[in-house]
Design a protein. Structure first.
Length: 444
């Protein structure tokens, strides 16, 4: 029996590019398929803060008019963006910026636009990408649950086949956690490897661009666009799980792990061993136990300066969490700031050396499945350490929790080993998705 033909909205970025190149699909046809999918599912998911179908079609027609020899490397691929885009309201989910429309793209959006992407619209976020109350977005696999945050709409749009790739950001766990909750791949590159110019910064020392996709090939396309390069460039064909050596690391947050995460980590390690890899459980030196505390100090300290303008101008419109940052209600001293900044900086080369002994570090992505309700976007307990250490992380889907919701696992590598990590994640992802019990598929 023949398998039902895929609709254009179901294509990954890699698949769509093939269709555009061989002439079997126009960007306009592709755009109309995606818009139809969004119309069908938007009431249930609510991933978009702004989307103008007429603008999308105008872009698509313009892209179709470009001669083949002048087309960009991502010509026609649809993007869901959480960052500032030209002629689209960028309100940071804050009443202070209601109706605000930037006159230029954020650097990351400008880079992708130059590569030929079709920008669908602005996805929802929490207020200023904080841990404040979640936006309207719901998990596409269960509308009673959160999709995670702050990159709520981006992750939900990709998981629901409303876009093949999406932009997010991570200051605590805002890329990896939504990736896990929605059952898709999420990639937090090495900190500061990609410009954040043109976006509202939360923490200068922590904010990192994030990407979502339904496969690693699409993440590798994005890595190409942003010139992510290791000193030793890896080849996918040269890598094999068999003979590789992974570290299994529960971290200091392990007491918070729920049954879904505990089962996923055990299953993930077993699958790697079954496929010929060595998996060695390790513990970090005791000084790493202060990482969650130090992450919090750095976050609070950076945010005091970041949100001072909004506090001065419109304090009554700021969420209480951001007011507390500016007023330093935690009473963080300058000496404590220095201790946190210096303590984390000293541990970065330590984690590079430790992780560098292994193919990758296998570690939890989340506490458990996505929690019920959309107000709380989930705990970043398992993500803060990696964000502060500036290392690259990929959420690899493949498992499910006790309620049938997706649970992912993270792979971690030393700083600036992003391409190596993507190569490893592709091979690991194929095993986890084939044998772990969860496959990335259309929710509705």
């Amino acid at each position: 029996m023949n398998r039902k033909a895929m609709e254009p909205y179901q294509f990954t970025a890699t698949q769509a590019l093939v269709k555009f190149k061989d002439g079997s699909l126009t960007v306009e046809e592709y755009a109309r398929s995606l818009l139809s999918r969004i119309k069908k599912r938007d009431d249930a998911v609510g991933a978009w803060a702004y989307l103008n179908p007429e603008y999308v079609i105008r872009q698509a027609k313009q892209l179709d008019s470009i001669p083949h020899e002048r087309r960009g490397p991502l010509h026609g691929v649809a993007l869901a963006s959480a960052d500032s885009s030209l002629d689209m309201p960028t309100q940071h989910n804050s009443p202070i910026y209601e109706g605000d429309e930037p006159k230029v793209d954020a650097a990351v959006v400008a880079t992708l636009r130059h590569a030929g992407v079709l920008i669908l619209g602005k996805t929802t976020t929490t207020e200023f990408a904080s841990t404040a109350t979640g936006p309207k977005t719901r998990n596409p696999h269960d509308a009673t649950r959160t999709p995670g945050g702050s990159s709520s709409g981006s992750a939900a749009a990709v998981a629901d086949f409303q876009a093949p790739i999406a932009l997010g950001s991570q200051t605590g766990g805002s890329t990896i956690r939504p990736g896990s909750f929605n059952g898709i791949f999420a990639f937090k590159p090495t900190w500061n490897a990609i410009s954040r110019e043109g976006v509202k910064i939360y923490s200068l020392n922590l904010d990192t661009v994030g990407f979502f996709a339904r496969n690693v090939e699409d993440l590798q396309l994005l890595a190409d666009i942003f010139a992510l390069e290791d000193d030793d460039i890896p080849r996918q064909a040269d890598f094999s799980i068999k003979g590789s050596k992974f570290a299994l690391l529960k971290t200091m947050a392990w007491p918070q792990a729920g049954p879904g995460t505990a089962a996923a980590l055990e299953a993930g390690a077993k699958l790697l061993r079954d496929h010929g890899a060595e998996v060695e459980e390790i513990e970090l030196p005791p000084e790493f136990n202060r990482m969650p505390e130090w992450h919090g100090v750095i976050l609070d300290s950076d945010a005091r300066a970041t949100f001072l303008p909004e506090y001065r101008i419109a304090k009554d419109k700021l969420t209480s969490l951001l007011v507390e940052h500016v007023e330093n209600t935690s009473r963080i001293s300058r000496a404590a700031q220095l201790k946190a900044f210096d303590g984390v900086a000293a541990l970065r080369p330590v984690i590079d050396k430790t992780a560098g002994k292994y193919t990758a570090v296998l570690t939890p992505s989340v506490v458990d499945e996505a929690p019920v309700g959309i107000e709380f976007t989930g705990s970043p307990a398992f993500n803060k350490i990696w964000t502060a250490l500036h290392v690259p992380v990929v959420n690899v889907p493949g498992f499910r929790g006790e309620n049938g919701m997706p649970v992912g696992l993270s792979l971690v590598a030393p700083r600036y080993r992003d391409r190596h990590l993507l190569v490893v994640s592709k091979a690991v992802g194929e095993i986890f998705q084939a044998e772990g019990g969860w496959q990335t598929g259309s929710p509705g």
